[in-house]
Unconditional design. Sequence first.
Length: 143
Amino acid sequence: MFRRYVPLVAAIGILAGCNKNRDGTAQSEGDPNATYTIKIRSEHAGDRTDEIESESGTSETVTKGNNEKEKRDKKVEYREEVIEMPTGAVKPTKLTRTYKVAQQFDSKTGTMKPLPYEGKTVAIEKKGANYTFTADGKKTRAT
């Protein structure tokens, strides 16, 4: 969640670090003891974010002298849109994810294979204590 704010914090740092006025003259140094409060806005209904997640790794299992290596790769790119976000809630209660890429490494073929929700829009809704995932009107597993 915090990676969404990295560009914002970087932009604020760049703007705060500039040492020239708009007319090109140098600014005075200012108070070195001054403190500033940066407020990061929480998610609201209507917010859209683009996410890119990438996982890669290998595991090795040794059983009675037999070594087995397993490769794990996964790549997911999606746009998330918050539909409902109750006031004071930590997570939204309703959102959609439109998957551009959703692939996972298949050890049998040695290639990246598309996951069932690649190219689809998945509706995610909180019902009780759990979330439900629906793609094309059919329930799907958690994404």
